[in-house]
Design a protein around this ligand. Structure first.
Ligand code: SF4
Length: 142
């Protein structure tokens, strides 16, 4: 889809609107990454999708290379216990990637890009662009 010219026209329009001050969720940097499906580190268990009945697809609900396991958050006393039990069923470590035991995808979801940016901020704070992103957030939300 990202190679289609009509998609690129729409993506450019969204970015232009963001740059001109329209209230769009996410920083310019994250929107550009998302709209162009740029590489990122996906950390799906940092923001899991919890179904209305309490179930969580672990480590995420979308892997191409395998099925997720399901755990029910309501079966545990707290999130930490649930995460520990789920991780014993299927490790979430090094899950994102193209190898057979990895997810096999690069889902272009906003939540993945935001957690991916957390990862960049923590692992490479000076090169991540965190300060310009904070400045953008502060000045655009006045
Ligand atoms: S990129 Fe991989 S780990 Fe991340 S949500 Fe998609 S399938 Fe799951």
């Amino acid at each position: 889809m990202i190679n289609r010219s009509d998609y690129q026209t729409l993506a450019s329009l969204i970015l232009e609107r963001k740059k001109s001050g329209h209230l769009l969720i996410g920083s310019e940097h994250i929107l550009e990454m998302l709209l162009q499906v740029k590489p990122y580190t996906c950390l799906p268990t940092l923001r899991p999708h919890v179904d209305p009945d309490g179930r969580i697809a672990w480590p995420c609900r979308a892997p191409k290379n395998m099925d997720p396991v399901y755990v029910n958050l309501l079966d545990y006393r707290n999130v930490d216990e649930c995460w520990e039990a789920a991780d014993k069923l299927k490790s979430a470590a090094n899950f994102h990637g193209p190898e057979p035991l990895q997810c096999g995808d690069n889902c272009a979801w906003m939540q993945n890009y935001t957690t991916g940016r957390y990862h960049e901020f923590i692992t490479s704070p000076l090169r991540s662009g965190i300060f310009s992103e904070i400045r953008e957030f502060v000045f655009q939300n006045r």
